[in-house]
Write a protein that binds this ligand. Structure first.
Ligand code: NAD
Ligand code: MG
Length: 419
């Protein structure tokens, strides 16, 4: 809506150097798929991954970046040896600080922030401080440190483009790319759409019995395991409510969630005159990624156009706070403010890990988060260091819950055996 795209066909654009944080993940790979279609426009400068040497090696072979970063030393040594064997010139770096280095490097123009979880915070902050064009997929950065991150974007002179499909949709239909007071620009509220996940129609009893495999089977989107579980619990939508708060300067009361099972409308903005503007498209992350890469131009993404006749109908319903308590918990954390969202995020990461490891049930996830939140002291946010400490302590608290629960279950089993 804002910033009418320039004529991309006649435009000569300088080649932009791109760092992809989390290159081996689903967003990383889709970013490379879009970049591959525009070799005259983008050059891959750095690719990063945590442990997957095989995938990062293949990507380095194909895209010949200047730098590759592995989180762990062993993985970095292995990648170095493999790249040396094929005579590749890519320099391999290792460790957390190297992630921030390649995000803030003076030769980098664009940073795709697609690491999953709290681990994405430091490199995203580094990109913001260094004034890069940041394509933000890592929503956890905004959940944990929304005010500090938005401040770093302004102070560093960075350009922030949301990649999460809902926020990308809202960004596209907002009247201004600037973060303004919503009432001043005629916006009444933002409406985040949610697919409802695989258990949209499941009963509470069925939700208690959900398995790992069922929860990993999302109906509309192919995503990494953590966000897939978040989508099944609807914590993903909760994290997105917090993300929307920081990105668009929206009060919690100005952010609503509506279930839309087809995932064709990616989100909407309601104006004070009664108009509702929506962005539609097939559920494919290459669309928001291409939007972020090309902005304000439009780039070919490889995504096919919408076949509305085939889709036929678009449905909507309200989310159920009883069956999906994670959404309620996220609103509560946002309303509590300060360090509450960082605590919510850390407890959720531990709970999701435990569910994926089949240590807890699906409906234990919100129980852990609520118990960690209610046992924690909420403070005003003062620094990234404080948030890192809060994150660590919330993780410990969640792990203690898991241990106690395990002990209780053990005792229960013993009782049964003794009887
Ligand atoms: P993924 O699990 O597929 O990939 C995660 C990437 O992060 C991998 O490259 C992995 O090597 C790297 N990584 C993991 N832990 C790390 C650590 N501790 N340090 C450094 N690197 C680490 O995840 P994804 O689905 O691509 O999601 C990435 C981010 O994008 C998440 O924050 C997610 O919420 C967000 N997002 C994803 C989608 C989607 O469709 N997949 C949509 C919207 C937002
Ligand atoms: Mg999303």
């Amino acid at each position: 809506m804002h910033n009418a795209p320039t004529d991309y066909k006649s435009q000569q654009v300088a080649v932009q150097n791109v760092t992809i944080l989390g290159a081996t993940g689903t967003i990383g790979v889709q970013t490379l798929a879009v970049i591959s279609q525009h070799p005259q426009r983008f050059k891959v400068f750095a690719l990063t991954a945590s442990t997957n040497v095989k995938s990062l090696f293949e990507l380095c072979e194909k895209y010949t970046p200047q730098y590759a970063v592995m989180l762990h030393a062993d993985a970095a040594a292995e990648l170095t040896a493999q790249l040396k064997a094929i005579g590749a010139s890519t320099i391999v770096l290792q460790g957390e600080s190297a992630l921030s280095e390649v995000a803030a490097h003076e030769e980098v123009d664009v940073v795709m922030a697609a690491i999953v979880g709290a681990a994405g915070l430091h490199p995203a902050m580094a990109a913001a401080r260094a004034g890069k064009r940041i394509l933000l997929a890592n929503k956890e950065t905004l959940v944990m440190a929304g005010n500090l991150f938005m401040q770093a974007v302004v102070e560093g002179g960075a350009t922030l483009l949301p990649i999460d499909s809902e926020h990308n949709a809202i960004f596209q239909v907002m009247p201004s790319a600037k973060r303004e007071n919503l009432t001043d620009i005629g916006v009444k509220r933002v409406l985040l759409t949610a697919s409802g996940g695989p258990f949209r129609n499941a009963s509470l009893a069925e939700l208690h019995a959900v398995t790992r495999a069922q929860a990993l089977n999302h109906p509309n989107w192919v995503m990494g395991p953590k966000i897939t579980i978040d989508s099944a619990t609807m914590m993903n939508k909760g994290l997105e409510v917090i993300e929307a708060h920081w990105l668009f300067n929206a009060a919690p009361s100005q952010i609503d969630v509506v279930i839309h099972p087809q995932s064709i409308i990616h989100s909407m903005v309601e104006y004070i005159d009664g108009s509702v503007l929506a962005q539609l498209g097939n559920p494919d992350m290459r669309t928001p990624i291409a939007y972020g890469l090309g902005y304000p131009d439009r780039l070919v993404s490889g995504v096919s156009g919408l076949d509305l006749l085939k889709i036929g109908r678009l449905d909507f319903c309200a989310p159920d706070p009883i069956r999906f308590p994670c959404l309620r918990l996220a609103y509560e954390a946002l309303n509590a403010g300060g360090t509450a969202p960082a605590i919510l995020n850390a407890a959720n990461e531990i709970a999701v890990e435990a569910f994926l490891a089949e240590q807890i049930g699906f409906m234990d996830i919100p129980v852990i988060i609520e118990s960690v939140l209610s046992a924690s002291q909420i403070e005003a946010v003062t620094s990234i260091e404080q948030l890192v400490a809060v994150d660590t302590s919330a993780r410990q608290s969640a792990k203690r819950w898991l241990k106690d629960q395990h002990l209780n279950m053990h005792k229960q089993t013993l009782k049964v055996v003794i009887k």
